[in-house]
Design a protein around this ligand. Sequence first.
Ligand SMILES: [Fe+2]
Length: 206
Amino acid sequence: MKNELTRREVLKKFGLAGSSIALLSACGRDSTPPLRPDARLPNDAAPASQCDLTDGDIEGPFHQDNSPSKNDFFTDAVGGVELLLVGTVKNSNCIPLSGILIDIWQADSQGQYPDNLFRGRQLTNDSGEYSLRSIVPGRYLNGNTFRPAHLHIKVGSGSSELTTQLYFPDDPFNAEDPWFDEARMVTVTSETAIRIEASYDFVYDN
Ligand SMILES: [Fe+2]
């Protein structure tokens, strides 16, 4: 009598007969399960998003350290078109950054930089967002021509601080301004004779 169990008998004993045999046989040939055509290996993840860094621009002579915590300059305005600017600060992987210092200063409707007005600091919220209620800045003479309407802005602090300026579309003095950059124009989302709503997202690596 044959004492040795056949392979089939062992499999049957442990309930692995029938289709399980075919399965074990298949696994024995190749233990790597076939990939579906659309399957992706973990290290084949989609590449991270890439956002282009916002370029820097001149600081100009009117920045002040320690400006107030403030994102509503409109209450101090005399004349001018109301401006509501919103946006997000992201890093170069397009991830919103919370708690980033935003320091804005600008001219009043007459193109002047009052010492204690039209300047203020805020931190981006949990979604990386900032907002400003103000007026469209007035133009001022630079040599023989006017600088177009612009906002001065610092994003972040320390060695990674970004100093830049934002511009407005359709300003007739954009073209001849030596610092104007189309990439730093706000996007106007709503416009009436008395109010402009606009947006701009900064891309900044801290
Ligand atoms: Fe300026």
